[in-house]
Design a protein around this ligand. Structure first.
Ligand code: SAJ
Length: 416
């Protein structure tokens, strides 16, 4: 069997788009598939549909070479990469409907000999279900969940591990776990990543690959929760958490992460739930970590609301709305949640929200009359209370003298 050369990437989001571009710039013939016609049109103009360093250049180059086209329908291909969302629904169960829809869209295009790879982060057993969903529609094909010898279609899981802001570098350099429903499935999937990945490819079974990805993000969530809990304890004891952390981290085997206003993004705050949901009686630490991190925005908002009572007509500057430093991504951001909570609790108070990476407020905040998007200096100068929510580089240089006489809450330790 020859190495796959025509590849369909289903889902042109934060993972699918960079993967499609990385494959296409290295010579593969790539069709990116998305249900959103605007994204498809954008890629076909040679433009990236969202901001990520180096992505625009890669998409433009790949499109100009004729290696990257986008479509709303799934073509025939040698390999299919499913990179669709796996959010959770009510009760913190994974919503696999996008994965199922993608698998069912691929099924009619299979001729035998293809490899189908799930990249979306998903609970253990999902890759097997992909094989089952395809098998239900294609009883004429031998799929690997039924027989582990010589399947007609190889099915595998290769979770993404790239860090937003560094995706185009990490997508090439990171080591990757490739888990097949059979050994042959893993080997076939590894050939696809061999087209662009320079890191090591670690071959395993599909369930272990699924679990290893969840473990990475749950591990980080638990460690951030430790830092966040520590910040609450230090606050109550009148101690400076940044000073304590700095000293504790001098120990060669201690690395306390950074406390913050909460955990945002679509991965770390979501993925631990897939483990908790699979073993609710046992995953007690991970559940508590989720609770600690989810409670942090409320705690920060309550502190500011309590302080505002000291002023007759306070103005509050909230610096940063993104979910983390130096990105423009506002989705699932604890900063947005905090600004919303403060403005809702204090309807007569002016809240100046500062986010240099966007030019308008997200809908959740735009609906409030007492919140406006404001340039940094103007917000800081007018404020009685300055609340730093995101450690964007450009907030680092705010002069201490500008903050004098104001109540300052630095949730990120940027000015510590
Ligand atoms: N955060 C803290 N304190 C810290 C570190 C992070 O409060 O010490 C907060 C951030 O401000 C942010 C959230 O946690 O709100 C998550 O940020 P992050 O930079 O740790 O991670 P993500 O969500 O941008 O990307 C993660 C990465 N996973 C790990 O580092 C284990 C990335 O490699 C994954 O590919 C990505 O999730 C994903 O898609 O799963």
């Amino acid at each position: 069997m020859s190495v796959p050369s025509k590849i369909a990437v289903i889902g042109l989001g934060y993972i699918g788009m960079p993967t499609a571009a990385a494959l296409a710039t290295r010579g593969a013939e790539v069709v990116g598939v998305d249900v959103d016609e605007r994204i498809v049109a954008c890629v076909n103009r040679g433009e990236a549909p969202f901001v990520e360093p180096e992505l625009a250049v890669a998409v433009r180059g790949a499109a100009a070479m004729g290696n990257l086209v986008a479509s709303t329908s799934v073509p025939t291909a040698d390999a299919f990469i499913l990179a669709v969302p796996t959010p959770f629904k009510e009760g913190n169960h994974a919503d696999l409907s996008y994965v199922q829809a993608a698998a069912e869209a691929v099924a009619p295009q299979l001729r035998g000999g293809e490899v189908v790879i799930l990249e979306s982060t998903a609970p253990p057993g999902t890759t097997r279900r992909v094989s089952e969903w395809i098998g239900d529609l294609r009883p004429d094909l031998a799929l690997p969940h039924v027989s582990d010898t010589a399947p007609d279609v190889h099915v595998a899981h290769c979770p993404e591990r790239v860090l937003p802001g560094r995706i185009m570098i990490e997508i090439v350099t990171n080591n990757r776990v490739v888990g097949g429903l059979t050994r042959a499935c893993a080997a076939r999937a590894a050939e696809v990543y061999g087209l662009f990945a320079q890191g090591e490819l670690l071959l395993t079974d599909a369930e272990s690959a699924e679990m290893s990805k969840l473990v990475e993000n749950a591990y980080r969530d638990v460690n951030i929760a430790f830092a966040n809990e520590l910040s609450l304890v230090c606050d109550q004891l009148g101690l400076d958490v940044w000073e304590i952390r700095k000293m504790a981290n001098q120990h060669p085997r201690v690395d306390v992460l950074q406390p913050g206003p909460g955990v945002g993004g679509h991965c770390i705050a979501v993925d631990p739930w897939f483990i908790i949901d699979a073993a609710p009686e046992l995953a007690r630490l991970m559940r508590t970590a989720r609770d600690v991190n989810d409670a942090k925005p409320v705690h920060v908002a309550e502190q500011v609301i309590a302080t505002s009572a000291r002023f007759r007509a306070p103005r509050i500057a909230c610096l940063g709305l993104a979910y983390k430093a130096d990105v423009d991504d506002l989705r699932e951001s604890p900063a947005v949640e905090i600004v919303h909570l403060i403005a809702a609790a204090l309807p007569d108070v002016h809240v100046d929200a500062v986010e240099p990476h966007v030019d308008r407020l997200p809908a959740r905040l735009a609906a409030s009359d007492n919140i406006r998007l404001c340039p940094t200096q103007e917000a800081v100068d007018a404020a009685d209370i300055v609340l730093l929510l995101v450690d964007h580089d450009r907030f680092r240089t705010i002069k201490k003298s500008r903050l004098a006489g104001k109540v300052v809450y630095d949730t990120r330790g940027l000015w510590a």
